[in-house]
Design a binder for this molecule. Structure first.
Ligand SMILES: O=P(O)(O)O[C@H]1O[C@H](CO)[C@@H](O)[C@H]1O
Ligand SMILES: Nc1nc2[nH]cnc2c(=O)[nH]1
Length: 335
């Protein structure tokens, strides 16, 4: 695994203080790559490493050469939700380690396979395992699969995750349709679109007020009601944190005050990159545990509980996702 830590800086005598690369101004601003010990100007720095448009295209072309499947729907399985991939028929599967430029899954509950197949007759590609910031990958690399999805022909991305519930009305096992997000690492400049923008993927300043497709949210609500999931189907705002430590009580209280309904360590970066390249997004959180907000509580968040809840709700998550996918039209409409 290659980890690159970069420091953006400028000469002390320069007119600008240390700054983010998205607002380059001082001539003397430079990027110091701590791993390689090299220094380059913001323009010169190889932000994407081997993840340029051409490299993404090479990966997509490699995959397209191995299978006749032409997916229009891309699915990301959250922690403990890898069973979604097993729903696919006529599977062609690749271990991440065999796919050029792909990172490796390092987290328990994330198998590390890219599975092509049909779900209710629709050609799909499914990430059985995702990448997280806390695994040490650069943020551009954990979101690489979204660009590969786009280049494979995917139009709609269905993203799932396991999350801690902050909304006091939520219970363990609830499924939350994500209607919006808060990108907390993004407040500190940790956004997957930082660096030079390649217009072949999308615009420099993508809009995020329509990040989560409203028609698909409504469709999922309808489908959920039809399936009899009304009691545990919710909607809300998801907040991403860097992890891997779970939140303190004070952090949970702060997030709750900010209007966050569920907290996790994934999804948002994928959503930003998916929206940047014009795919539409539908996302679900499985509430695997309740955030601890009370100093008298003995509860302790832990990954085993997360995986366990995933197992318990797997069947309903799978039915909800497959029923939504069933009603997505290839031209991005739904029926
Ligand atoms: O978001 P997913 O990948 O579902 O996983 C969630 O569960 C893990 C913690 O148990 C973290 O990785 C968190 O992000
Ligand atoms: N950050 C965070 N991620 C989670 N993933 C599943 N549960 C949680 C949680 O409580 N907090």
């Amino acid at each position: 695994m290659t980890t690159v830590k970069v420091v953006i800086s400028s000469a002390p005598s320069g007119p600008c203080s240390p700054r983010l690369p998205s607002v380059p101004c001082a001539q003397e601003s430079f990027v110091f790559d701590e791993m390689k010990g090299t220094k380059a100007t913001i323009e010169e720095y190889d932000w994407l490493g081997d993840l340029s448009y051409e490299d993404c295209k090479a990966t997509a072309d490699w995959l397209l050469a191995q299978t006749d499947m032409r997916p229009t729907v891309g699915i990301v399985c959250g922690s403990g939700l890898g069973g979604l991939a097993d729903l696919l028929k006529d599977q062609v599967a690749f271990n991440y380690k065999d796919i050029p430029n792909f990172p490796q899954s390092t987290v328990h509950g994330h198998a590390g396979r890219l599975v092509f197949g049909t779900m209710k007759g629709k050609p799909c590609v499914c990430m059985q395992g995702r990448f997280h910031l806390y695994e040490g990958y650069p943020i551009q690399r954990i979101t690489l699969p979204m660009r590969i999805f786009k280049l494979l022909g995917v139009q709609t991305v269905v993203i799932t995750n396991a999350a801690g519930g902050l909304n006091q009305d939520f219970k363990v096992g609830d499924i939350m349709i994500i209607k919006d997000h808060i990108n907390l690492p993004g407040f500190a400049g940790n956004n997957p679109l930082v660096g030079p923008n390649d217009e072949r993927f999308g615009v420099r300043f993508p809009c995020m007020s329509d990040a989560y497709d409203r028609d698909l949210q409504q469709l999922a609500m309808e489908v959920g009601q039809e399936l009899g999931y009304g009691d545990f189907l919710k909607e809300g705002v998801y907040c991403v944190l860097g992890g891997p430590s779970f939140e303190t009580i004070a952090e949970c209280r702060m997030l709750h005050m900010l209007g966050v309904d569920a907290v996790g360590m994934s999804t948002v970066h994928e959503v930003i990159v998916a929206r940047h390249c014009g795919m539409r997004v539908f996302a679900l959180s499985l509430i695997t545990n309740l955030a601890v907000m009370d100093y008298d509580s003995e509860e302790k968040a832990n990954h085993e509980e997360v995986l366990q809840t995933g197992k318990q709700r797997a069947e309903q998550m799978e039915r909800l996702v497959s029923s939504v996918v069933n009603r997505i039209e290839p031209n991005n409409n739904y029926i």
